[in-house]
Design a protein around this ligand. Structure first.
Ligand SMILES: Nc1ncnc2c1ncn2[C@@H]1O[C@H](COP(=O)(O)OP(=O)(O)OP(=O)(O)O)[C@@H](O)[C@H]1O
Length: 803
């Protein structure tokens, strides 16, 4: 593609977007390298402050806008320096230099010549010998440098390898100090600019010839490594050996000279002195996490200490519940009653239970009993002047919605409750103080250590807390396993619900989940029932199987949003990435006229199913929420005054509409297949769960349990039987955290934690099961059996019997 240019002056700015300096401008033309007959042209691109007096050189291409015709898309621009006498005198006597008239302007040009601007730019003393007041000299120098500085800095950042967008971001932050800041400590970018990691900062340091043992380099390496290990393990601390070994590996692979263990230790001590990292015996922990664990323990202890127990009796509770139960086929069992009684009498109470054991039922009972015992109205209209006494919250929008629907009260996400944006500085986050008398949190197992710390520190003395969840599910995505730790610490009243109430008659999925949880492999787990089936195949065969099952589920009336393929890993034939490609091509293929936006190796089309990859508090969409692309607006379809070069993707996250620009597409991914971790807190009518031997490193009981409990009415398990069996047997997924010890210390008890032991025993693939899997697969391939079970009450077994 040829690069054209045009020389011209800015006449008007039609549109500007401050966040990335994108502008649409009208330029009066002086010269072009391409054929152009009008005196003006529309130019689009990223520009810093533009000076109307100034002549600019814009480089780029003429593009065709379907509505507005030809315009110039600029990739690079620069000021054409003023080098003729007349322009220079006009410039110095112009509006940028108040108090400077033609006389002084002429003096400047006579003294410094036609390269006056260059001289002033590079030498603060250039005007020294000029006979004008010192204040005017200072003003001229400052103004010239400010006007030309941004462009120079952006250009230098470009040559350092930063594209315009990032360069503008960096300049916006450090302004005239940009280059000095980067030369002194390029690693500062890791902290200040989202998307710049150690590798990028380190390659910049190399360009600036900063030595391999530059202290900031070693400290940045340590900080990067400790956070990487914590992020990937979910532990809240890192053993000394791991931190040292992995940081040395990071620092010593890109430079010829090697950082020594001593140098590393020295810099680690420096980070400890700076209170960024804390040493706790042989462990290291980022200070914000170390503090968070202590704060949780202390704040909970403080709340308990300052709580006067109301001592409501069992009879009082039963009486209220009996009235509530009239006409309903529900009689709370003893354990459920105990939970409600503990909930209303405790400062901090924990309720855990698997699917269908009555958690939501108890939340409802608790709300009613609490309100009546305290004579609170549950009508929001009665609380125009005072805060509503019962606060309901959950870690995701979806869970909050479920809570609101089941109680008929308002519920919100924890982020919203605390006034968080999701972009907080981890070391110093201000949150809203909560108001109310009782806080109930649902899906607590999804709350990580840092968020829980923010939550508990916002709870006023006297407010009661009920934490509800399922401790057997996967822990939070972020570091920690708060819910399990609070239970294991044994310092809080806890009730574990065990009796399953939901639809035992016509569903075998919940029973399967409970069987998985007990860690015993049963032959029935791999048999076919009306609502679940197992299709044995290896990783390479998984795509073929799914190409059959998913379209068939649609043909049977399942909405695509209600069918979810889940698997733990991204790579491989049966990994999330490949399955997304395969399934997209199967259920939403691209036609010749399909509107699409390409991002990386993904193509987004209308109708595609997508998943949110992080918390977007502003848009009220949270990590793991699934949506559908309901519209695409391509850049050339926009109105003139809008962001003309931005493609837009319009997504519906279950009623929550969000629009992303192309640059923001790193927030989403395709979701025909999603990770089990991302599916935490979500439920789907039909779950197709893929586990294969390649998933070996991740096969844990809580992973399988979490996946199975996402299925509301149908479950198809696909993959190696051995993989499923391994997951059932391995319950070793205990994260390393200090919260139980902190609680024990604060509550002055002895640790009595149980360490989960891995009890994996490999199962042999018998000849019999190998044969049955081949048979099943052949039949699916030949389209003779319906791998979707339970539709019209027919299972694969039924098909096999008949054929
Ligand atoms: N004591 C009881 N007697 C009869 N039915 C009950 C009882 N407790 C709960 N149920 C019923 O069991 C079903 C499941 O209860 P609930 O939704 O409260 O469980 P849950 O633990 O919140 O489940 P999940 O986590 O899967 O949402 C509901 O239909 C509920 O009415």
């Amino acid at each position: 593609m040829t690069v054209d240019y045009l020389l011209g002056r800015v006449q008007a700015v039609f549109f500007e977007k401050p966040s990335d300096f994108f502008k649409i401008i009208l330029v009066a033309i002086e010269e072009t390298s391409f054929e152009w007959h009008d005196p003006e042209i529309i130019v689009t691109g990223n520009f810093a402050d533009l000076d109307h007096e100034q002549l600019y050189k814009f480089q780029g291409q003429v593009v065709q806008h379907p509505k507005y015709g030809q315009q110039f898309k600029c990739n690079q621009y620069q000021k054409k320096e003023l080098t003729d006498r007349k322009s220079l005198i006009n410039y110095f006597s112009g509006t940028d230099f108040p108090g400077i008239g033609t006389k002084t302007a002429t003096k400047i040009v006579e003294k410094l010549g036609t390269n006056a601007i260059q001289q002033i730019l590079h030498d603060d003393q250039a005007l020294q010998t000029l006979k004008i007041p010192a204040a005017k000299k200072a003003l001229i120098t400052k103004q010239v440098q400010a006007t030309y500085e941004s462009e120079e800095i952006i250009l230098q950042l470009n040559t350092l390898g930063f594209g315009n967008k990032l360069a503008f971001k960096i300049y916006h932050l450090y302004r005239e100090k940009t280059l000095a800041t980067l030369q002194k400590n390029p690693y500062q970018l890791m902290k200040d600019i989202n998307g710049i990691g150690f590798k990028r900062a380190d390659s910049l340091a190399k360009k600036f010839d900063l030595p391999y043992d530059y202290p900031q380099r070693i400290q940045a390496g340590l900080w990067h490594t400790i956070n990487r290990i914590i992020g990937s393990s979910g532990n809240t601390y890192v053993p000394q050996g791991d931190l040292i070994e992995q940081t040395l590996k990071l620092l010593n692979t890109t430079r010829s000279q090697t950082v020594t263990t001593e140098q590393l230790q020295q810099n680690l001590n420096e980070l400890i002195d700076q209170e960024l990292i804390v040493q706790d015996q042989e462990h290291y922990c980022p200070k914000y996490l170390f503090d968070a664990e202590w704060m949780i323990a202390r704040q909970l202890a403080l709340l308990i200490k300052n709580f006067s127990k109301p001592n409501f009796s069992r009879d009082q509770v039963v009486q209220i519940l009996q009235k509530q139960q009239t006409g309903k086929s529900l009689t709370y069992d003893d354990n459920q009653l105990a939970a409600i009684l503990q909930g209303i009498n405790s400062s901090v109470f924990i309720l855990t239970g698997g699917p269908g054991t009555g958690k939501t039922t108890i939340i409802n009972g608790l709300v009613q009993v609490y309100a009546q015992l305290h004579h609170y109205s549950l009508d929001p209209l009665d609380y125009e002047q005072t805060p509503f006494p019962i606060v309901l919250a959950a870690p995701t929008g979806r869970a909050a919605k479920h809570l609101a629907e089941s109680t008929g009260l308002t519920a919100s996400t924890i982020h919203r409750l605390l006034g968080l944006t999701g972009q907080e500085d981890l070391s110093n986050t201000e949150v809203n103080s909560l108001q109310g008398k009782l806080l109930i949190v649902d899906e607590t197992s999804m709350v990580d250590t840092y968020l829980f710390k923010l939550l508990v520190t916002a709870i006023p003395l006297g407010m009661q807390i009920v934490l509800v969840g399922d401790r057997d599910q996967l822990p939070s995505v972020g570091p920690g396993q708060v819910f399990a730790d609070l239970i294991d610490s044994q310092v809080f009243p806890t009730v574990k619900l065990q009796k399953i109430y939901r639809q035992a008659a016509d569903s075998t999925i919940i029973n399967l989940a409970h069987e998985i949880n007990s860690g015993q492999i049963k032959e029935t787990m791999f048999q076919n029932f009306a609502d679940r089936s197992f299709i044995e195949c290896n990783a390479a065969q998984v795509p073929v199987v799914l190409q059959q099952i998913v379209p068939k589920s649609q043909a049977k009336g399942f909405d695509l949003a209600q069918v979810q393929v889940l698997t733990p890993m991204y790579r491989g034939d049966a990994g999330i990435n490949n399955l997304n490609h395969v399934l997209q091509a199967t259920v939403n293929p691209a036609g010749a006229r399909t509107k699409k936006i390409t991002y990386g190796d993904l193509e987004y089309r209308i109708g595609d199913k997508v998943v949110q990859l992080n918390n977007n508090v502003e848009a009220n969409v949270f990590n793991g929420e699934i949506g559908t692309i309901e519209g695409i607006t391509l850049a050339n379809e926009h109105e003139k005054t809008q962001a003309a070069t931005h493609d837009l993707l319009h997504i519906d996250f279950e009623g929550q509409k969000v629009t992303y620009t192309k640059a923001e597409l790193n927030n989403i991914s395709l979701a025909y297949c999603a990770s089990i971790h991302k599916a935490q807190g979500s439920e789907f009518q039909l779950v197709i769960l893929v586990l294969v031997n390649q998933n070996f490193p991740m096969l844990r009981r809580n992973l399988l349990y979490t996946a199975v409990t996402r299925a509301k009415s149908k479950l198809v398990m696909v993959g190696n039987r051995q993989a499923f069996e391994r997951a059932i047997m391995d319950d070793s997924d205990q994260r390393q955290t200090q919260l139980p010890q902190r609680l024990q210390t604060v509550f002055d008890k002895q640790p009595s934690l149980s360490t989960a032991q891995s009890a994996y025993s490999s199962s042999q693939n018998s000849e019999e099961s190998a044969n049955s899997y081949l048979l099943t697969l052949d039949l699916i391939r030949a389209n003779q059996i319906d791998p979707l079970i339970g539709m019209q009450n027919i299972s694969p077994a039924d098909f096999l019997d008949k054929s």
